[in-house]
Ligand binder design. Structure first.
Ligand code: ASP
Length: 303
């Protein structure tokens, strides 16, 4: 008998200002609608998380795809990972500059390559060879982000905000899903952090850090200051605690407490097991999230 699907998405953990709340809520609701179309037609969790993330990569509200933060050289550089909990197959891309939807390339790597991870030109070459069109880097840049970088770079070092404080924008996107066949999957996509050094890779596209999925443990997507998250391999840390018998709701909160206590990190996590139990937690002032089951849909900016 088919089991009830579940889809959860996040649109980044930070102090979303009041005038951006509606755009974030609309963005996560649209992502749920896109992913749910897949699940409600009997599609698999992997397709659902890919679709949900594509919707958010296409939405300039978020730090993913077009509209992402710019690096120190004024370029968009994107990272993404997708993982299948049924098989542990995964695909990741890092530091790509010419892909509108890096999660699509990650998915192609998962399904068509013996490798798991491609970076920079190699990732773009793989994508192009597998039918994914490349774009110009300028196509990914929007005026809001040009201005944000200009203001940041114009500040004297002493005036610069701490980019890793909880109030600073972390608009990475992610999704976890359970399908009617009992399989879970996760995907995460990001433009990384403002003014990052070229070639800097965050946690988002690293297996077990920003994203993880295993039917036997849990599916997770994280957001926030990437360096602390990757030091703790936080998504895998959380999944292992679910496997040890703890409730995802409790583990999500524990993971964020651990992030703060151990490495002074700030961020958020969505976590889902193959029984449909889930947790959502963040220690930033806000995090855009949305959840859907067959009979219920909810979203918010705090949890
Ligand atoms: N974790 C991402 C990074 O450090 C940023 C974010 O979540 O917004 O690249």
């Amino acid at each position: 008998m088919p089991i009830d699907p579940v889809l959860i998405v996040h649109g980044g953990a930070w102090a979303i200002p009041d005038d951006m709340v509606e755009a974030h809520l609309a963005g996560v609701r649209n992502a749920i609608a896109g992913g749910w179309r897949v699940l409600s037609r009997g599609g698999c969790a992997l397709d659902a998380v890919e679709e949900a993330v594509i919707v958010m990569e296409d939405d300039e509200t978020f730090d993913a795809g077009r509209g992402s933060f710019l690096n120190r050289e004024g370029k968009v550089q994107l990272d993404a990972l997708i993982m299948d909990g049924a098989t542990l197959a995964a695909g990741g891309v890092g530091c790509v500059e010419h892909l509108r939807n890096p999660v699509r390339a990650a998915r192609k790597i998962l399904s068509d390559s013996p490798h798991v991870y491609f970076v920079a030109e190699g990732a773009e070459k793989f994508a192009a060879q597998h039918g994914i069109p490349l774009c110009k880097n300028e196509d990914l840049i929007i005026p809001r982000e040009v201005e944000r970088l200009r203001v940041f770079q114009a500040q004297a070092p002493a005036e610069k905000p701490n980019l890793f404080a909880p109030a600073i924008s972390h608009d990475t996107v992610g999704a976890v899903a359970l399908d009617q066949y009992g399989n879970i999957a996760a995907a995460t996509s990001t433009g990384g952090t403002l003014n990052k050094a070229p070639g800097r890779l965050g946690d988002s596209s690293l297996i077990g850090c920003g994203c993880y999925a295993d039917n036997k443990t849990a599916a997770a997507s994280t957001t926030g200051w990437g360096e602390p998250i990757m030091k703790l391999v936080l998504a895998k840390w959380a999944a292992d605690r679910v496997a040890a018998g703890n409730l995802p709701e409790w583990v999500a909160a524990e993971a964020i407490n651990y992030l703060q206590a151990r490495v002074s990190g700030h961020g958020g996590i969505i976590l889902l097991d193959a029984r449909g139990r889930f947790g959502i937690a963040h220690n930033t002032p806000r995090m855009a999230w949305a959840v859907k089951h067959p009979n219920e849909e909810s979203c918010g900016i705090t949890r």
